[in-house]
Design a protein around this ligand. Structure first.
Ligand SMILES: Cc1cc2nc3c(=O)[nH]c(=O)nc-3n(C[C@H](O)[C@H](O)[C@H](O)COP(=O)(O)OP(=O)(O)OC[C@H]3O[C@@H](n4cnc5c(N)ncnc54)[C@H](O)[C@@H]3O)c2cc1C
Length: 485
């Protein structure tokens, strides 16, 4: 065994299986120092929000336990300059190399590129791998060699690359350093909320960590995949995988999800590229597409891809945003979604679209305010998926829903929560409102929900106001303007 260790820098790949940087480090025969650096103070970063910090704490604890099973320990260090910390650690431990799996946030790309050069100048090898995506964003191209701007060509271009690489199993042993440096304590990082502990309900819904990610995937494939295509639209149905936080933190990789789904279908003699299974794989590729958009448009989280949207007359007053954040808009399906988000750190995709559309269009609040709230409250807060999705709903992105398509939250609620199970679960004040009026309680005779607020906006007026503002941008096509049920 070589005397010089390899430093393995964990980031958004908090797992041991399908971890190419770890596989390569172990295969080299060297001793390995696994490191996680908490650098949440660097300006220009999208530091993890409150909910994500809760997940990170438990995910690191889980990774630490898994590494101990392999005879090693996770070295924790906090820093306001992660690259410098890694460089110093590599020097002080006499490392031959630093390995990591790539991140695609613009600031991470810049940091890692500079670190690679600095390490090479120090005589230390630096190697990066792909653990987070099916394919690299620069590999998926149209026939003319450009990155696809729209999803369908993106899917076709990705499929033309063939099957993604097969995942490697976790190593049985990761040889530790003879004398590892002292680690900080996870408990001292204050990642968990206290006073008040607003995450108290999260444990009922989530178990962070690699093992539970695998269990969740298997359970989804066994019980929910068959009806995914239809069922995924109904927030009360158990047909979505809820893998998104596990995927964001890299407790499971998209290649593992892809190959397990394909194998599951083959075992049942079914075609994975048809029906519900293909639809699920396509959703996984929406994640890839978001990463491609971020990679090729580094200011995606901050700037409208269609610049004319920068002139939109957003309402920056506090009241509408605050009512939306607290789930007190008086629009039942929106309030249900916002309260699900607060209490569980998750919101169903259909409801995310409804809530985002309502904020941007009926309340005319800048999409970036919604993006920031989601960033702080979602356990799966992911720079690529969050910013691409907000721009998609706003109509300001490349492959976007046209701005004049305005979700009607009443019709959406009636269609996708027909018996009101989801809405009543999160908005108990509406328990006694008959189904017929559940999504528009203001029309119900006899005021059956006295504790529920009146709508913050008249939906028809809000819609007209948004369309008029859009028309002023010089972009509207009023003849085509349509409410989107
Ligand atoms: C306004 C808005 C903000 C969003 N912010 C995020 C975010 O911060 N992080 C995040 O992971 N997703 C985000 N999404 C996308 C989507 O809502 C979630 O990925 C999905 O709801 C996660 O639930 P699931 O794991 O059960 O999904 P499933 O339906 O089981 O899908 C499987 C996986 O595919 C990926 N996926 C599914 N739909 C999308 C999509 N539309 N875009 C990108 N990837 C997708 C996710 O990784 C998901 O875990 C956002 C959507 C909207 C409309």
């Amino acid at each position: 065994m070589s005397d010089k260790p390899i430093l393995l820098w964990f980031r958004q790949d908090l797992r041991l299986s399908d971890n190419p940087a770890l596989t390569a480090a172990v295969a080299s025969g060297a001793r390995v120092l696994p490191v996680y650096v908490l650098d949440d103070k660097t300006p220009g970063h999208w530091a993890p929000g409150g909910a994500a910090r809760w997940w990170l704490h438990h995910s690191l604890a889980s990774l630490g336990r898994d590494l101990e099973q392999c005879g090693n320990r996770l070295h924790l260090v906090s820093s306001d300059n992660a690259a410098e910390t890694i460089r110093e650690l590599a020097k002080s431990t006499g490392a031959a190399a630093v390995y990591w799996n790539r991140c695609y946030e613009p600031f991470a790309i810049e940091r890692d590129t500079e670190l690679k050069s600095a390490l090479k100048a120090d005589g230390i090898e630096a190697e990066s791998f792909n653990a987070s995506l099916l394919f690299e964003p620069w590999e998926v191209k149209t026939k003319s060699g450009t990155p696809p701007k729209v999803f369908s060509p993106y899917w076709r271009a990705l499929r033309a690359l063939g099957e993604p690489e097969a995942p490697e199993p976790a190593p049985e042993r990761v040889a530790p350093l003879k004398a590892a440096p002292a680690s900080e304590k996870l408990e001292d990082w204050d990642l968990l909320p206290t006073k008040p502990d607003w995450a108290v309900g999260f444990h009922d819904h989530w178990t962070p960590g690699e093992t539970s990610a695998q269990v969740r995937l298997d359970r989804f494939l066994e019980t929910a995949l068959d009806d995914y295509k239809e069922g995924r639209n109904f927030p009360a149905k158990p047909n979505v995988s809820r893998l998104s936080p596990h995927l964001h933190f890299g407790e499971i990789g998209p290649r593992q999800v892809w190959h397990r789904t394909v194998a599951h279908c083959h075992a049942a003699d079914r075609n994975p590229f048809a029906g519900s299974a293909e639809h699920f794989l396509k959703e996984l590729v929406w994640r890839e597409f978001s990463y491609s958009l971020l990679y090729h448009n580094p200011d995606l989280p901050e700037a409208c891809l269609r610049p004319e949207f920068e002139n939109f007359p957003w309402d920056s007053s506090e009241k509408p945003l605050s009512a939306w954040q607290r789930g007190k808009t008086g629009i039942p399906i929106v309030d249900a979604g916002m309260r699900e988000l607060w209490q569980t750190g998750y919101m169903h995709n259909r409801v995310r679209m409804i809530c985002a559309s309502f904020l941007i269009k009926h309340l005319m609040v800048d999409w970036r305010a919604g993006e920031a709230w989601f960033w702080d409250t979602l356990l799966d807060a992911d720079l690529a998926s969050n910013s691409a999705s907000w721009q998609w709903v706003a109509g300001s992105g490349a492959d976007a829903a046209p701005y004049f398509r305005i979700f009607n939250p009443v019709l959406q609620g009636e269609k996708f929560d027909p018996d009101g199970t989801y809405t009543r679960r999160w908005v108990p004040e509406l328990a006694d409102v008959p189904d017929r009026y559940l999504q528009k309680p203001w029309e119900a005779p006899g005021n059956p929900a006295p504790d529920y607020p009146a709508p913050i906006v008249d939906l028809a007026e809000g819609r007209e106001r948004a369309l008029a503002a859009y028309q002023d941008l010089g972009e509207a096509e009023p003849a085509k303007a349509a409410a989107c049920g």
